[in-house]
Design a protein around this ligand. Sequence first.
Ligand code: 5AD
Ligand code: SF4
Length: 466
Amino acid sequence: MTDTLRKVFIKTYGCQMNAYDSARMADTLAGEGFETTENADLADLVLLNTCHIREKAADKVYSDIGRLRRLKNERASVGNPLLIGVAGCVAQAEGAEMMRRAPAIDFLVGPQNYHHLPQLLAQAKAGKRPVDVDFAVDDKFSALPSPLPKAIAARGPAAFLTVQEGCDKFCSFCVVPYTRGAEMSRPLARIIAEAQRLASAGVREITLLGQNVNAYHGAGADGRPASLGRLLFALARQVPQIARLRYTTSHPCDMHDELYAAHRDLPQLMPYLHLPVQSGSDRMLHAMNRGHTRGDYLRLIERMRQVRPDIAFSSDIIVGHPGESEADFDDTLSLVEEVGYAACYSFKYSGRPGTPAAAHDDQITEAIKSERLARLQERLDAHASAFTASLVGMILPVLLERQDQRTNRLIGRSPFLIPVNVDAPSDLLGHIVAVHIRKAAPYHLSGDVAANATDILSPASHAMAQ
Ligand code: 5AD
Ligand code: SF4
């Protein structure tokens, strides 16, 4: 292998935490002389940042590695070698076994070890095939380099910021506690510093990320644990250039008073909450080890609506968890009607090796899972359509994030996260503009810039009804 490696192609699978990690890996590799490319054919290094949450996601990685193996062989035959690294949760879960199954892989790195990338690359170049999946004792967040302002700006005006990682909840079906490890929160001051760096490079919106983000309990200025609510108040006060704040993903058991207060008092905090319920049946919630009932969940929704009446909710739902009866599934359908989600992700249960649910003997057949998913999705689509239709005619503040290369229209996000296509000149990119919503589809909106409104400087988040 030569020392002229220059381009890295990073493919991100799965959640937003992976998207954040991929950006940080790109920053680390920039320090090693790499620039990113969108084209694997031009790359000297391909890095797959993988997801293990469902079987399909993990299978996809192996089929991609099959394709890359052919590319790697072709490249080797013309003396232009290609390195393949696998990062993320599949690397963490499968470790050395993955190296045996896929000999084309040059190195593996688990989610806690991305700051070791330079050493791993050096070893891989020397033909060593290193596997680095032990939970690192040092902290990857402090060890990873700060992104350069140019790199931040290139990623657009909306950024992710990971504040918490790992999970101690052990839901019956979920691999996260095994792949991401125990819960850990970054100290509040470090998060503020990162937010300030993002703001000074032009970022207007930050989404705080964590597998269990509302369980955040990083050390505050006084050294005592601070809640997510407190972190949001601190960000609003100390980084006033950030016009919009969001956070995801929350667990119903970790909702807390300061978080309700933040939704009540902070106009920067967008009126949108992703609060996965997984099932509407108490029997299933118990089997899933969720730690809350249907009634608990509905009370949280009600309380949030009292402090922030325009708030929109989204959720994750699993159909066909082991033991789910028709009556349990009906409870899920009725909960969906009761909440009226603006958006909701829904999945067929997928058995994950090593999780308690995978060992149950009352697995649900594929046919039943598919049939339930279709029935559920029909209702979820109907609610999503009703929600977007209710916004037509309103003027909403939209952060314009990027330009559609095909139509030249700008694409931004409403306070409710729903994308909005806007006919507007490209110099408005990065601005929050008032948009008159003209048309709605189930999961997106379109409109035009309202007269005399170019940039809403104050963090206006409430819908301004016409
Ligand atoms: N099967 C199907 N869906 C799952 N999720 C997590 N584990 C599984 C699984 N084994 C879903 C949950 C979670 C979302 C990120 O993925 O709904 O909230
Ligand atoms: Fe997985 Fe449950 Fe933890 Fe969410 S709360 S990451 S579903 S174990």
